[in-house]
Design a protein around this ligand. Structure first.
Ligand code: SF4
Length: 526
């Protein structure tokens, strides 16, 4: 009987998928019966009462008093960032030493964001390796990876299991070489990336430092360290950047326009944007391995996202280079500062073409300012992204009211506070380091804002609180291809401005669309 009813709800001419299928009467009735007969549900008025309570200041205070439990944190673990850094090098296979479930997760996480393949291998440690150590996993894993996937380099990081049992990567890789898993001179840089320390941006930093120090300091004791011979060139390190495809291409275009001699250290703009032309490319583009050594000789290194290079930059500075860190430059002022610094370092003037692009962004901001001025925003993201977005909102005359960063620490908090204090539009702003999206939920209920900026996970906040979500950040799983557009540089600022404006206008239209009620403001021209 049930089966017949269900089959009737489908029609070959108009097949219903889950969106509409489960709204058919027979499904609604079935769910209701299941609930009453088996689920022992709380009474509806009780559910409603609790739901209302979670919106209150009383609940907010309890929520913010949390010490141990974390709910909907906006951060991932270290090896994810290590893989991000590793795939930016020519022919490089990321190899995560530890349990393989992590690698399935890392790969799917990137693939869902970039809508691209994401190659990475595991040494597949299991219970016995947890007792006796993962040396054999490293020996066999490197041998298999080398012969199957023919990489030019294998970059090793660790899962927390390998960290907890204390496997020594340096010794294990040396052992694997001695056993003939890989040729003696094959490059295997490595980094310990414990997931119980920091976040994915820490893992990016550790892997980047691991790769540079491997090449610069004598390839784990196998050759003498490289002697630095300074040359007129600037290294660029992008950091863990969800818009890497668009951003890196934009940054290179800017540097080429300026005629700067530069070297991008870890460039993943090609590997996460390979063409569909009948050939699967496991590796594509990336920083040439010979250029990693070359990078030592550059006169300076610019990190576009300073919180992704907290250990890498001091290491580079120790080698005698000048180092400068930015925080995800979005908008006019932040791009000005980046370009002026590049110009100062390279001695190359900023060309007229870029000045014109700047003027166009200023023009766009001026054209739209009436719609953005004074709008209240909540935002969250990785430390650099959160700072970059906050700075841009202030520049637009918007008010960043709640600025939250789960993986932000004391230093981030101070920088964010100083940024808010630098503008009258920041006077109602508050900064929340180390807080999660359940904290953000309370903030949105008790001190509502007009818009929320964040990643896909914030769609639950939009559902609960009704705050319209502008999707900027990592990961973006439920919208396609945003990563192809830059957010850095003047062109990038224009993109971010348009994304914000589109949402403002969509909401305006939604609020004025009812005929004979609100459509007196349903304007053609906005
Ligand atoms: S937290 Fe540990 S177990 Fe979980 S994905 Fe990260 S490394 Fe793997």
């Amino acid at each position: 009987m049930e089966k017949t009813d269900v089959s009737k709800s489908q029609n070959a001419e108009n097949v219903l998928d889950h969106f509409n299928l489960f709204r058919q009467p027979q499904y609604l009735e079935m769910f209701e019966r299941k609930k009453c007969e088996f689920e022992n549900p709380a009474p509806a008025n009780e559910v409603e009462k609790i739901r209302e309570w979670t919106k209150s200041w009383d609940y907010r205070e309890k929520n913010f008093a949390r010490e141990a439990i974390s709910i909907n944190p906006s951060k991932a673990c270290q090896p994810l960032g290590a893989i991000f850094a590793a795939v930016g090098f020519e022919g490089t296979l990321p190899f995560v030493h530890g349990s393989q479930g992590c690698v399935a997760y890392f790969r799917s996480h990137f693939s869902r964001h970039f809508k691209e393949p994401s190659s990475c291998v595991s040494s597949s440690m299991t219970e016995d390796a947890a007792v006796f150590g993962g040396l054999n996993n490293m020996i066999d894993g490197l041998a298999n990876s080398f012969s199957l996937y023919k990489p030019k380099m294998i970059a090793v990081s660790t899962t927390c299991m390998a960290e907890v049992i204390g496997d020594d990567l340096n010794a294990f890789i040396k052992n694997a070489r001695d056993k003939g898993s890989i040729p003696q001179d094959f490059d295997v840089p490595f980094a310990h990336t414990p997931s119980f320390v920091g976040s994915h941006v820490t893992g990016y930093d550790n892997m980047m430092k691991g790769i540079l120090s491997y090449f610069w300091d004598g390839k784990a004791g196998t050759i003498p360290p490289v002697e630095r011979k300074p040359v007129e060139r600037i290294n660029i390190i992008g950091g863990f950047d969800p818009y890497t495809v668009g951003n890196m291409r934009e940054l290179k275009r800017i540097l080429n326009l300026m005629g700067v001699n530069y070297l991008v250290v870890s460039d993943n703009s090609d590997v996460w944007d390979t063409p569909t032309d009948g050939t699967f490319r496991m590796y594509d583009g990336g920083t040439k391995l010979s250029d990693i050594t070359e990078a030592l000789h550059s006169k300076a290194t610019i990190s576009i996202q300073g919180f992704c290079t907290e250990k890498t930059l001091p290491y580079i500075a120790e080698k005698g280079q000048q180092t400068i860190a930015f925080h995800c430059p979005i908008g006019v002022r932040a791009t000005d500062e980046l370009l002026m610094e590049i110009s100062k370092l390279s001695g190359k003037p900023i060309p007229e073409e870029l000045e014109k692009e700047r003027g166009r962004l200023v023009d766009a901001i001026a054209d739209s300012t009436a719609h953005i001025h004074g709008k209240r925003f909540a935002l969250f993201g990785d430390p650099d992204m959160a700072l970059g977005l906050t700075g841009f909102l202030l520049e637009l005359g918007a008010e960043p009211v709640h600025v939250l960063c789960t993986n932000g620490g004391k230093e981030w908090e101070e920088k964010a506070k100083a940024l808010l204090a630098s503008s009258p539009f920041g006077k109602n702003g508050n900064v929340y380091a180390g807080k999660d999206l359940w904290h953000m939920r309370s903030l949105l209920f008790t001190e509502p804002v007009d818009f929320l900026i964040g990643n896909t996970y914030a769609k639950y906040l939009e559902r609960d609180t009704g705050t319209p979500l502008i999707r900027i950040g990592f990961p973006l799983f439920d919208r396609h291809h945003h990563h192809r557009y830059p957010i850095w540089g003047y062109q990038g600022g224009l993109n971010v401005l348009v994304w914000i404006l589109d949402k403002i206008f969509d909401e305006m239209d939604k609020n004025t669309i009812v005929p004979a009620k609100s459509d007196y403001s349903y304007d053609i021209i906005r």
